[in-house]
Design a protein around this ligand. Sequence first.
Ligand SMILES: *Cc1c(COP(=O)(O)O)cnc(C)c1O
Length: 417
Amino acid sequence: MIYRCGACGGLLEVRHDLEALRDLRTPRSWKALFRERLSAIRGFHRSGVWRYHELVLPDLSPADAVTLGEGNTGLYRLEALERRAGAGPLHLKHEGQNPSLSFKDRGMTAGVSWARRLGVRAVACASTGDTSAALALYAARAEGLAALVVVPRDGITLEQLGQPLASGCRTIRLDTDFDGCIQLLQELARLHPLYLLNSLNSIRLEGQKTIAFEILQQLDWEPPDWIVMPVGNAGNVSALAKGFSELRELGILERVPRLAGVQAAAAAPLARAFSEGAPEIEPLVAGETIATAIRIGNPVSAPKALSAVRASQGVFLQVDDAAAADAKALVDASGVSICPNSGVAVAGWLQLVSEGVIGRRESAVVVGTAHGIKFSRTTLDYHRGTSPAGPGAHANPPVETAATLEDLERAAGLACG
Ligand SMILES: *Cc1c(COP(=O)(O)O)cnc(C)c1O
């Protein structure tokens, strides 16, 4: 159970034997294999993570896999946004369609399966709400694997708090923020045999990089010009960068997309370091934001993410809560329910288009990281006009009226005269 290099202290990274993989199949034959597995009705390869088994964790035996058929999430064109911005094509990869309603399931099927292979007894994580839900769910499926999650007392939603409780996971609420939770948990893990499944765990990133694989497969292996995603601890952006670069080395991809990592203004150490051209981030104390899943002042994968985004000719930027809330409302109203953190990414796309960083004819895929239903309070506040982010431009408040036919008719806008 090690996560960092003994010599330099940097996070470990999984390195695949790309030469062996190149010898195994041609790019064409890899694509044919992945296409064939798409038609699986059940079993290991039906998962949108394990469909790419050989490129994810080739040493994992399918018998050790703990899977809920994760991945296989929708890729939706957002025409209403395209018209508004006068740019496109724009797609949203809806990772909220995973079993626990966020992309964290992709990392957890890998991490919990690996825990089983290692024979560990207990897994743990600190979380802003989605990692804990995913860990609890997969640990429950694993049977016999004890799970512990540590969350900030006030930093996660009611729906997210209910998830690990329902899965039978020991759930500890601490009177601190995420950065405080992870620090204490790491100290605890030095004293007790706990396998940590935060994104400092390199195995998790192997699962998460399949977001990149699936997007490409859904676009018939034609890469978009840009991938735009919300960034908190910066594991996911590092994972996608790794996925794209491996596909290029295997000859499956000719060019990799540029990456745009979007942060909430209240917790934007990477955006700040990027705009200052600094070699590394300055950790900060995160302020309040509706994007609670990315409210992190000291991202553990910051060095990996900075170099990956720079290498892709990409950018980091920040947006405020009002822009994120309006962007979420626009996407929600187009029939795709997203979370405020995904709203941060959509607002980032709008901003990059308006600044001309993303050209009007450049294609982009925004990664929607969790489902809107996990953040009902934020949605209700927005539409009722009680959001801390201020009044929304697209608010659709509920109408309350007395229970008579006349009142109902008036409220429905059907009264004549
Ligand atoms: C975890 C999470 C993120 C951020 O991912 P990182 O790997 O921490 O950068 C964004 N959105 C949601 C909904 C998340 O749960």
